[in-house]
Design a protein around this ligand. Structure first.
Ligand code: PEP
Ligand code: MN
Length: 387
């Protein structure tokens, strides 16, 4: 009975035939590869972030985390470094070829970080901040949406629906433990929620074992359990010096523990037909991991072609039927891309072969839609049966 209610309102988040993948600068979340994200709870200094970034990179992680606006339980706890911290996060990520994510807590923090980070986190405490969800729906960055401390799966998915309904299709769900009567851990990691969310929704689901456990000794086991349970990635707190951390030190892994965990993840991933390649030359270049990288790039190429064809369609709407093919513009584009290819040491012959085909398909689709439109107009001017 309840299922009927929320399935009805999951208009965009509901699973129908295919799982969604989210592409961010060459990283695919929700594909075959398990995506590891790590870093401190809060950004504290430039050196802390650059050490954290090096560890994440070494472990084969793809995304550096770090909070600069911290929604703390007590008003007297450290609230984050704000913009100064954001610069440390972004710079450390960039220097280590990582993406970065930070949490936003309101409209103004979203405004401040929106253009600077690659992904945005909406934390457990803001999962039902509906105005923030609606704003997150207006931007074109992936949103990691944590499950609220006491939110049901239904409420969590409907929160995701808010972002989707406001126009942003890139939502990643994150299970981070819920409040139960059990006091031995900070929260209770609800691993069933991963399976349930993936059954009901097409969105990728990741797991944050750190805020669930609240203690570092459980992180490794919970991370492996999450991967075995179908999670698409992990968001783990790690600090170069947890004893000195301004927040969540007891649950933060030491860098060596983070790397050790990453070394062990590949086997678990393999057992559920996923891949995870720990950093380091030997692991990065296995045939399987290279093929995964190629598969991800191929997916991005096709998605880019889809986006190109959509724009070509809009351009077609503005052209006259006898002006659809523009040979001069095609020549100009090819010349520009040949120059770029040469600069990047890609054989320019490839560009010269591929692009005429892309143009041809674009022109054909513009002609087809123009002819269809003309027919429609004819029919509306001279409806069937009229004289
Ligand atoms: C965090 O990731 O630092 C955080 C505050 O998480 P949550 O919103 O899950 O408590
Ligand atoms: Mn934290």
């Amino acid at each position: 009975m309840r299922e009927v209610i929320y399935m009805k309102d999951l208009r965009l988040a509901r699973f129908s035939t295919e799982r969604s993948t989210i592409e961010v600068k060459g990283v695919t979340i929700g594909g075959k590869e398990i995506i590891l994200m790590g870093g401190p709870c809060a950004v504290e200094s430039s050196i802390q972030m650059s050490r954290s970034a090096r560890t994440v990179k070494k472990a084969g992680g793809k995304i550096l985390r770090g909070g600069v606006f911290k929604p703390r339980t007590s008003p007297y706890s450290f609230q984050g470094l704000g913009l100064e911290g954001l610069n440390y996060l972004v710079q450390a990520a960039r220097e280590n070829d990582l993406l970065c994510v930070t949490e936003v807590i309101d409209a103004s923090s979203l405004d401040l970080v929106g253009d600077k980070v690659d992904l945005i986190q909406i934390g457990a405490r803001n999962m039902q901040n509906f105005e923030l969800l609606k704003l997150a729906g207006t931007i074109s960055k992936p949103i990691i949406l944590k499950r609220g401390l006491s939110a049901t799966i239904e409420e969590w998915l409907l929160a995701a629906e808010y972002i989707l309904a406001a126009g942003n299709p890139q939502v990643i769900l994150c299970e981070r433990g819920i409040r139960t009567f059990e006091p031995s851990t900070r929260n209770t990691l609800d691993l069933s929620a991963v399976g349930v969310a993936k059954e009901l929704s097409h969105l990728p689901v990741i797991v944050d074992p750190s805020h669930a456990a609240g203690r570092r000794d459980l992180i490794s086991a919970l991370s492996k359990a999450a991967i075995a349970g179908g999670a698409d990635g992990l968001l783990i707190e790690m600090h170069p010096n947890p004893a000195e951390a301004t927040s969540d030190g007891p649950q933060s892994l030491y860098p060596e523990q983070f790397i050790q965990l990453a070394r062990e993840l590949g086997t678990v991933a393999g057992s559920v037909n996923r891949v995870f390649a720990c950093g380091g030359q030997e692991d990065e270049d296995t045939l399987e991991s290279l093929r995964t990288q190629i598969d991800n790039i191929d997916q991005s190429i096709i998605k880019c072609l889809v986006a190109r064809m959509k724009i070509v369609g809009k351009v077609g709407d503005q052209k006259r039927l006898d002006r659809v093919k523009d040979t001069n513009r095609e020549k100009e584009i090819i010349q520009r891309l040949v120059n770029l290819a040469e600069e990047l040491q890609l054989p320019s012959e490839l560009v010269k072969k591929i692009y005429p085909l892309i143009f041809e398909f674009g022109v054909q689709s513009q002609i087809k839609s123009k002819v269809a439109l003309d027919k429609e107009l004819d029919l509306s001017c001279y409806p069937l049966g009229s004289k």
